[in-house]
Design a protein around this ligand. Structure first.
Ligand code: URA
Length: 245
């Protein structure tokens, strides 16, 4: 695997400024690699091994970045859009230099856990229908959600396009004219939760994703806030992929 990369590219990818700015900084002798002042911004370095500093600030190199976002309503799960605000647009500036994309989509009016990453392999595995990674949602539903619905979901229901869903676990938190539930599904069809309730004659009026695999939304994140995840968090996601392999 390619480990060595151009120094100016590494620094600009990590948000230290444009390649031209970095060239200037190198000329001024502000950039060091393993303690040695570098005079050529085009040298190849291995950022996983070398200590790179610019003006005394150490580059915190990560091959992949994983961001947990508490997605608010009104934002789409895309990286760019001419009309709508995207999950990428609402990330803090420090993360905009990475090629992050959402690993899985939520509807514009759905809130909650979105994983943003540049790790294509992990994203592929989480989303692969073969891996059956569980995703748990909280929803407010018009109408009395009851045990019959739970049984129907556990058998699988037929969606409006004829698709038969895999068994899902419905937990009824409140059964009233406006019910509250948690639903765990292991697939990710378009509008799946909303369409599953439609299949039993009910309407979801509020939806929030709580978890993916064993990775739970950090409830201390306000809507629109995010945090960078560490290796142990990613392990929680991977566990679900391996178990269901
Ligand atoms: N199911 C839905 O209906 N919408 C979402 O955003 C996610 C799951």
């Amino acid at each position: 695997m390619k480990q060595k990369q151009r120094l100016d590219k590494v620094l600009s990818n990590f948000g230290f400024g444009s390649r031209n700015y970095i060239k200037g900084a190198v000329k001024k002798g502000l950039v060091t690699v393993d303690g040695r002042i570098i005079k050529d911004s085009g040298i190849h370095v291995d950022p996983e091994v070398s200590i790179i500093e610019i003006d005394g600030e150490r580059l915190n190199y990560r091959k992949y970045i994983y961001i947990m976002l508490n997605k608010p309503q009104g934002v789409i799960s895309a990286t760019s859009d001419r009309k709508q605000k995207t999950v990428f647009d609402i990330l803090p500036e420090e993360y905009k230099c990475f090629d992050l994309f959402p690993a899985g989509r939520l509807d514009i009016d759905t809130e909650g856990l979105v994983l943003m990453t540049n790790d294509g392999q992990l994203s592929h595995e989480i989303l692969s229908p073969k891996k059956h990674v569980p995703k748990q949602y909280y929803a407010k539903v018009m109408g009395r959600v009851n045990q019959e619905d739970a049984e129907a979901f556990s058998r699988g229901v037929t969606l409006d396009d004829g698709y038969q869903t895999l068994p899902a676990v419905l937990e009824i938190l409140k059964s009233d004219d406006l019910s509250e539930i948690k639903l765990t599904i292991v697939e990710g069809k378009f509008h799946q939760v909303k369409r599953m309730f439609e299949a039993v004659g009910k309407k979801v009026i509020y939806l929030k994703r709580l978890s993916m695999g064993n990775l739970r939304l950090d409830e201390s994140l306000q809507l629109g806030e995010c945090k960078e995840l560490g290796e142990s968090d990613i392990e929680l996601l991977k566990q679900a992929i391996i178990i269901d392999n």
